[in-house]
Every structure is written in C-alpha cells, then in structure tokens.
Design a protein around this ligand. Structure first.
Ligand code: 5RP
Length: 260
C-alpha cells in the first residue's frame, strides 16, 4: 500500500538517510528508538539488502529490535558487543550545544546507555526539535515502580531548588495503566517548561532514590543531522565546531511513499 508522507516525516527520512553515511561496513551500530530512528533502521535495512552492508545493530528497545530483524539487520546486545562505533537516534529537543531531551518514546534508559557506550552519537531530527532552552518538552525520567508516589513527591520537592520554570509531574500512562518501560519501570514526565541549568538538573535528579535515569543527554551527542522536507540537510558537529549543508538525493529505490 502506498501512502503520502507528511513534510515532517519527509524531513525525518532525509535526516535518517543522510546519517547512514556515518555507517561503514563492519561497524557496530547503536539503533535508536522512535519514528525518526525507525527511518534509519529501514534505510540501513535497504543497504544490507541491496548493497551487502554488513553491520551489527544494537537496538535500544524491543520495538527497534523487532524492526531491525524484520528489515534484515543482524541484531546483537550491548553485553555481547560491549562497545559501539556509532549510535544514531532521534531526540525530542536539542539546543545549540547539542544537549538533548530524549525519552518521548519511553526508551531513554537503554538509549543513554547505548549512546554513552559509543565512539560517536549522531542525532537525527527535523528542525521542529530545535529549542533555545531545553524544557518545553516534558522531561521524562525513568523511576522504579516501588514507592513511585513517594519518588514523585521527592522529585517535585527537589525541583523547588533548581533553575526550572515548572515543577509538576505526571505518571506516563498507557491507556489507563502505567506505561511500563522495557526494563519494567515507570516514566514520570516533568513539566519544567524551561530548564536553566540542564547539567545540574540531570545530576540532582539522578541522586534521588527511585530515579533510575533522566532524559537529559548532556555532552553525549557529537553530531546532529537536521533534515528538511525539500531534501536538504544541515550537519552540526559539536567537536569540530562545523556546520555544513548537503542535499540528499531521493532515488526510486528509496520508496519514499510506500508503507514498510
Ligand atoms: C525515544 C526517544 C526518541 O528519540 C524521541 O522521542 C524522538 O522520537 P521521534 O523520532 O518519534 O520524534 O527518545 O525514547
């Protein structure tokens, strides 16, 4: 069945396709989670099928693992592979320093572990994810189910002393039940509105018993590939301080308008 992609989806696809240039034969590749990362997995699957690309993928969620297997990517675990050449993943927000909010898809814990265990993290996004200050997108934190209401109260009390504009939090639901992560935990979404000092917020949140990890990715992302619906991309490399522009050619085999 063929479907027409929205401009936002085209931009995500373009970013994902350009990011495949960071992947070479023989690499161990961390595979992110979310709709943009799903495009990446599909593009890599095409390269495995059509160009004989040989990679080992380490997925950051069961969803991504299922998709990677479906498109023919050899899937392994971080415990088997231990260290990765590159991780490519989406983001919910990015700022000028390439600090991120992630976890909108609930996979932040595995995503952070995998990205941190990589020589390079490449983020793929459309320009709608760009912000001046992080925090408009609710910050997800993964918490242990035991005593979660106490943890929620502690988190909100802790936020009083931090440079944030909002302090309310909400347990993420999956219909009428708590959303459960791949690690069997819950997600609290923190409505901070604006985070003044993201590094401090990240460090302090992780000190609270019951908090497993938070969705702030500070100094983890090396490169961002920002896709636009017209096929152009902007690449920002935080280590080299470079900003470059490129155009991604859409070819027939890209099957842009077909449903995978
Ligand atoms: C999942 C994530 C995703 O990368 C983030 O939510 C972006 O998703 P999408 O590409 O669908 O906009 O962090 O936990």
């Amino acid at each position: 069945m063929t479907i027409e992609m929205s401009p936002a989806d085209q931009a995500k696809f373009i970013a994902a396709k350009r990011a495949t240039q960071y992947v070479e034969d023989g690499m161990r590749v961390g595979l992110g989670t979310g709709s943009t990362a799903a495009w990446l997995v599909r593009c890599l699957g095409e390269m495995v099928k059509n160009d004989g690309l040989q990679i080992t993928g380490v997925p950051t969620s069961t969803r991504t693992a299922d998709l990677a297997r479906e498109v023919g990517i050899r899937v392994s675990t971080l415990d088997e592979v231990k260290w990765l050449d590159v991780t490519i993943d989406g983001a919910d927000e990015y700022d000028a320093n390439l600090n991120l909010i992630k976890g909108g898809g609930g996979a932040l814990l595995q995503e952070k572990i995998v990205a941190t265990a990589s020589d390079q993290m490449v983020v793929i996004a459309d320009v709608s994810k760009q912000v001046e200050a992080l925090g408009a997108f609710p910050l997800p934190i993964e918490i242990i189910p035991f005593g979660w209401q106490t943890t929620k109260t502690l988190v909100e009390e802790t936020l009083i002393n931090l440079d944030v504009m909002g302090r309310s939090s909400a347990l993420r639901l999956d219909r009428d039940k708590p959303f459960i992560t791949d690690e069997g935990n819950y997600i609290l979404d923190l409505h901070l509105r604006r985070i003044g000092n993201a590094r401090q917020v990240s460090l302090v949140l992780n000190q609270i018993p019951g908090v497993v990890e938070n969705g702030l990715f500070i100094d983890i992302c090396d490169v961002i590939v920002i896709g636009h619906g017209d096929g152009t991309v902007e690449l920002r490399d935080i280590n080299n301080g470079t900003v470059t522009h490129d155009k991604v050619e859409i070819v027939d085999g890209d099957n842009l308008f077909s449903e995978f």
